[in-house]
Write a protein that binds this ligand. Structure first.
Ligand SMILES: *[C@@H]1O[C@H](CO)[C@@H](O)[C@H](O)[C@H]1NC(C)=O
Ligand SMILES: *[C@@H]1O[C@H](CO)[C@@H](O)[C@H](O)[C@H]1NC(C)=O
Ligand SMILES: *[C@@H]1O[C@H](CO)[C@@H](O)[C@H](O)[C@H]1NC(C)=O
Length: 378
């Protein structure tokens, strides 16, 4: 019930987006990297003590607080090299440190934020991303990519035309220099929610979602979210305590339909969920693709879909080279609201240690008039 109300609230507010867009003439931030979002412009030498940034305004376009280090590619710590993915520089947020930037946005529009983070010495790192009163604590404890860097996403709705976007490390480690390294912070305007004709689901093809860097080799993780917060993957919620799903795009990955899809990388520990209005007693048909992202995840996969009282396990033998099959599940709604849920039954890992899994895409839900068999499978 909590989730239903939350999603409704988010949807209702979204109706105001069109009005907000029409009324606003000020130029807002454009999609892509934020100004100095990759920390290419660093502090002057005189404003660094070793790697520690000394002034609040020493990094162009950013304001910092606490123990923030400016890390350049090739920097070593405790004998380990800290590799920087985008360009040559990044920042490390020590205990209770934060960075923030004031950005111009369109009031009432929805935005997703993408940034890359790497865990360093602490075991259970977290990052608190916030805009005004909206905030989300993203778990950074599992490394999904063998290189150590992952891109994370978060979403907010702009309540004002200028907002502070902040990333804060709430951690308290013995070594104040422990904490995640952050790089490549980007933003993207999310589309007002629309339904495609002939599909009761919103964004069923996952074409709208967080910003993916054109040269990013690893997709974008969509972390678990509170039931009443906005999703960087419009229409969809990730339900989990700490795990994520991965948003992938063509041509870097193979996707079954359109340009983007979701890879279920956390087994049963994360579920991809959407709630739709249904009429109790009426018959519906859910259809979707299950495939692999052509990322070398050569495994025997199973995606399980749950709707109302029905469920379907879709087997998929991945060669790791891209491929897919269409699955179909007919069911009868038992309530006014039906949750459509997808999970991967197993954990999968590539030989290099990168977590991977089945891809789901082009999910459609339609009302069918005949009382069809409860389960069909193609
Ligand atoms: C630089 O850091 C060292 C070690 O933390 C400290 O002793 C020194 O006072 C700092 N220098 C400046 C100029 O703040
Ligand atoms: C995250 O940051 C926001 C804004 O500073 C704050 O209101 C919120 O309490 C923080 N959440 C946690 C769990 O620290
Ligand atoms: C469905 O909605 C109708 C009208 O809002 C309401 O009367 C009914 O109790 C609801 N049924 C369920 C199962 O929630």
């Amino acid at each position: 019930m909590g989730m239903a109300e939350g999603m409704m609230r988010c949807r209702c507010m979204a109706l105001l987006v069109l009005v907000g867009v029409a009324a606003s003439a000020v130029s807002a931030v454009s999609d892509g990297l934020l100004p100095n979002g990759n920390f290419k412009d660093g502090p002057a030498k005189s404003e660094l003590n070793g790697t520690v940034v000394m002034g609040r305004h020493s990094i162009p376009n950013w304001e910092i607080s606490g123990f923030v280090e400016y890390i350049q590619s090739g920097h070593t710590q405790g004998g380990m090299m800290v590799a920087v993915p985008e360009g040559a520089s990044a920042v490390r947020l020590g205990n209770d440190a934060s960075i923030r930037q004031n950005i111009r946005v369109t009031r009432r529009a929805y935005y997703s934020v993408t940034f890359s983070a790497a865990r360093t010495c602490a075991q259970a790192e977290k990052l608190n991303v916030s805009v005004a009163a909206d905030s989300g604590v993203l778990p950074v404890q599992t490394v999904y990519n063998s290189g150590g860097w992952d891109s994370y996403s978060w979403a907010f709705r702009a309540m004002h035309s200028a907002v502070w976007l902040a990333i804060h490390n709430p951690g308290v480690e013995e070594d104040p220099a422990c904490g995640p390294v952050i790089d490549a912070i980007a933003i993207k305007t999310l589309q007002p929610p629309t339904k495609t004709k002939g599909n009761m689901l919103r964004n069923g093809d996952f074409e709208d979602g967080p910003y993916i860097f054109p040269d990013s080799p690893w997709g974008v993780l969509v972390p678990p979210m509170d039931e009443d917060s906005c999703s960087p993957l419009p229409g969809w919620m990730i339900m989990s305590s700490t795990k994520v799903v991965k948003y992938v795009d063509a041509p870097r990955y193979r996707v079954p339909h359109g340009a983007r899809a979701v890879e279920l990388v956390a087994g049963r520990e994360a579920a991809l969920v959407q709630e739709v209005r249904t009429v109790a007693g009426r018959s519906y048909r859910l259809q979707f693709y299950v495939g692999d992202a052509a990322n070398g995840c050569k495994e025997s996969m199973v995606v399980e879909a749950y709707v109302a009282a029905a469920s379907l396990k879709v087997q998929y033998q991945s060669q790791g080279k891209g491929g897919y099959r269409r699955a179909m599940l007919d069911f009868v709604a038992v309530g006014n609201l039906t949750r459509v849920v997808f999970q991967s039954l197993h954990y999968h890992m590539k030989v290099d240690g990168t977590l991977c899994g089945p891809v789901v895409d082009d999910i459609s839900l339609v009302s069918v008039h005949k009382r069809a068999a409860r389960r069909l499978f193609m």
